[in-house]
Structures are given as C-alpha cells and as structure tokens.
Design a protein around this ligand. Structure first.
Ligand SMILES: NC(=O)c1ccc[n+]([C@@H]2O[C@H](COP(=O)([O-])OP(=O)(O)OC[C@H]3O[C@@H](n4cnc5c(N)ncnc54)[C@H](OP(=O)(O)O)[C@@H]3O)[C@@H](O)[C@H]2O)c1
Length: 331
C-alpha cells in the first residue's frame, strides 16, 4: 500500500454526491475512482468531483489495484453482495448505514472481514462528530453520573413518489433502515445491547414502515425511548439522562455542531464543536488512519456494535410486522 490511502466510490447516488467533496479535508486520503452500473453516471460523477478513474460495473473497481478502500453507497439491501466481493478481493470497506437489512447478512459481512483480515466499518458518521466525541468524554468522566436513559427522535416529511427507494422494499425503504438506525445506534453506543425491544408503528401499502416508537430496556432498568417517521417532520433532538444531570444534543442530533451539558446544580453549558466539511470528513479520516495503520476495525464503530444495532432493528421490524427484503449475496 502507498502512503496515501486511495479510495473508490461504489454507487454514485445522492449520498455519494454529498460525501465526495469531504475527501479533500482528510490528510492521507485520495478519492481516485468511482464505479457505477452505468458508464454515463460514473463519468458524470467523476467529472463533477475531479475523480481520475471511472469504472463501469462494480466488478471492475474490485479488480483495480490502484484502489485500497471502497466507500459503498448503494441502497442497503445491495450492500451485501458488493461488501462480500470487496472483502474477498482484499479491499477495505466503509459501508453506508444501514449496513444491511438483516442480521444474517450483517454477520456474514463481519465474519468475512475477520476471515480475510480486511478492514470493515459501517459509515455511521454521527459517532465521529467532534460534538459526539466530547459527549462520550464527558459521560466517561462522570459529568452526568450514571446514564439511565436515552431519548432521540428523527423524522422527515417525505413526499417523494412511490418509485423512490424510501418506499421500496427491494431497496430497503422505510423509516427504520434510513432513520431508525440513527436513534438505535445512538442508544446502543451509550447503553449497549438491550434485553427488551418493544415497538409500535405503521406500514406503507408497499410493506415498508412509515413510522414507529421504540422502547428499549436493559435488565437493570435502564431504557431508551426512540421515535422515527418518514411522514412527519420531527426536531431530530437527543437527550442523554444520567443520575447527576443530562446532556442535550440539539437538532439535528445525527450531525450536531454542539451539545449542552446540564450538570446537576450548575448552569447549562453549551459546548460548540463544529464539524469539518459537510461532516463526513471525520468518518473518512477514521478509516484512512486505521487502514494506513494496518488495522481491521474501528474501536469507535466496531463491527460488534453494527451487529448489535442490526439485531435491534430486526426485532423492531418483527414487532411492527415488516419483513425486510435482503439483497443477493453475490454480484
Ligand atoms: N450518511 C448519510 O447521511 C446518508 C444519507 C442518505 C443515505 N445514506 C445511505 O446511503 C445509501 C444510498 O442512499 P442514497 O440516498 O444515496 O441512494 P440513491 O441516491 O438511490 O443512490 C444509490 C446508488 O446505488 C447504486 N445502486 C446499486 N444497486 C442499485 C439498485 N438495485 N437500485 C438502485 N440503485 C442502486 C446506484 O448507482 P449506479 O447505478 O450508478 O451504480 C445509485 O445511484 C443507503 O444505504 C442510505 O441509507 C446515508
């Protein structure tokens, strides 16, 4: 491997378009290639972002010796085939959230990463924001005592057409895998894996979920109350409540530029910590440094946490009667 970590994008859609400019903010990272199922889409994307190498079809980027890491930005059910093929080809991967739409596929990818000794991480960008890093430091230092409960909501008033991936079962549509993953991952980061998962929600005529409330429970009484919606706008706020105070993450909590510490008996303290670029630079930086160091996981977003979050989402889907449609295992 060269000193520069060379990145390629797979699936140049909406999120890839937002993430691509952030590579410029990361020392040691270079965005060198893009792969699309369509030559025209790959070329247009490459021109827009100044990317040198264009691949038509995903296999071509797996065969490119000039690429070290793939940023996989296809819809979630389509993460499985490209992730497994990439790991088998020795390419490190950063996979958009939701990692997959099933516990089976997520475990399969995690096992493949370990078997091949290749780096893999879910692109849960929230965990790498400076404000969230500080939140975790404050909690570890006892600033709010023992964390007992987490509250978070995230909703958008989605008005896209029936053909959009948000409503499509084959493309992993629904609130859970697009928005629920954020609130569940936030609670899992702070409280670990729950022993109780309760949920109530509504499905769209296509069978994907439109909204739900989720309650998570732990054997010692700790809990989380989470709400997501694809039909109602919600503030997108989070609170972490402890025995000695609470920390507020103002909207939108999944890409915050500040937190507010409410320590018991003290005035609220606002801590402003802006993100770099559009906020994706932090996760790109994490992967770049870990891959350059020859590591195979991120301790901030380990595969065990991704599996734990996926298991909670599977339980939520079960409670509300949604049957996720996982994608194929092979390209
Ligand atoms: N981190 C964040 O803030 C954030 C925000 C939004 C979405 N996401 C995640 O990013 C992923 C992609 O979301 P998006 O909104 O960017 O989706 P999108 O605009 O539909 O783009 C997805 C791309 O994947 C490729 N693709 C491969 N197989 C496909 C298939 N069967 N159907 C449709 N497209 C397919 C397409 O590119 P080609 O055909 O050109 O190869 C398409 O442009 C999802 O997992 C989503 O949850 C993350």
């Amino acid at each position: 491997m060269t000193e520069t970590v060379r990145w390629g994008i797979v699936g140049p859609g909406r999120i890839a378009d937002s993430v691509a400019p952030d590579f410029a903010h990361v020392p040691g990272a270079e965005l060198v290639a893009v792969a699309s199922r369509s030559a025209e889409r790959a070329e247009t994307f490459a021109r827009r972002h100044g990317i040198g190498t264009v691949h038509t079809g995903y296999q071509a980027i797996l065969d490119d010796p000039g690429v070290d890491v793939l940023y996989i930005a296809t819809p979630h059910p389509q993460h499985r085939a490209i992730s497994l093929a990439a790991l088998a080809a020795g390419k490190a991967i950063m996979v958009e959230k939701s990692f997959t739409v099933s516990s089976v596929a997520t475990r399969e990818i995690a096992a493949a990463a370990r078997d091949h000794g290749v780096f893999a991480m879910e692109a849960m960008w929230t965990r790498f924001f400076p404000a969230i890093v500080r939140l975790r430091e404050l909690i570890a230092a006892g600033a709010i005592g023992e964390v007992r409960t987490v509250q978070a909501d995230l909703g958008v008033r989605n008005r896209t057409g029936p053909d959009d991936r948000f409503l499509s079962p084959e493309l992993g549509g629904g609130a859970l895998f697009d928005l629920g993953v954020y609130v569940v991952s936030f609670a899992q980061m702070l409280l670990g894996s729950p022993s109780v998962v309760a949920a109530s929600g509504a499905l769209a005529p296509t069978g994907v979920d439109l909204e739900e409330s989720i309650v998570l429970g732990w054997p010692d009484g700790r809990s989380a109350a989470l709400q997501v919606s694809l039909q109602c706008a919600m503030p997108g706020a989070a609170r972490v409540i402890g025995t000695d105070g609470w920390i507020e993450v103002p909207p939108r909590f999944h890409h915050p530029d500040r937190i507010v510490l409410h320590a018991h008996g003290a005035d609220p303290e606002e801590i402003v910590l802006p993100a770099t670029g559009a906020g994706y630079a932090h996760e790109i930086d994490e992967v770049t440094r870990r891959v350059a160091a020859g590591e195979t996981e991120s301790p901030v977003m380990p595969l065990a946490d991704t599996v734990a979050v996926q298991d909670v989402m599977a339980a939520v889907a079960d409670r509300i009667g949604m049957i996720p449609e996982e994608g194929p295992a092979r390209l």
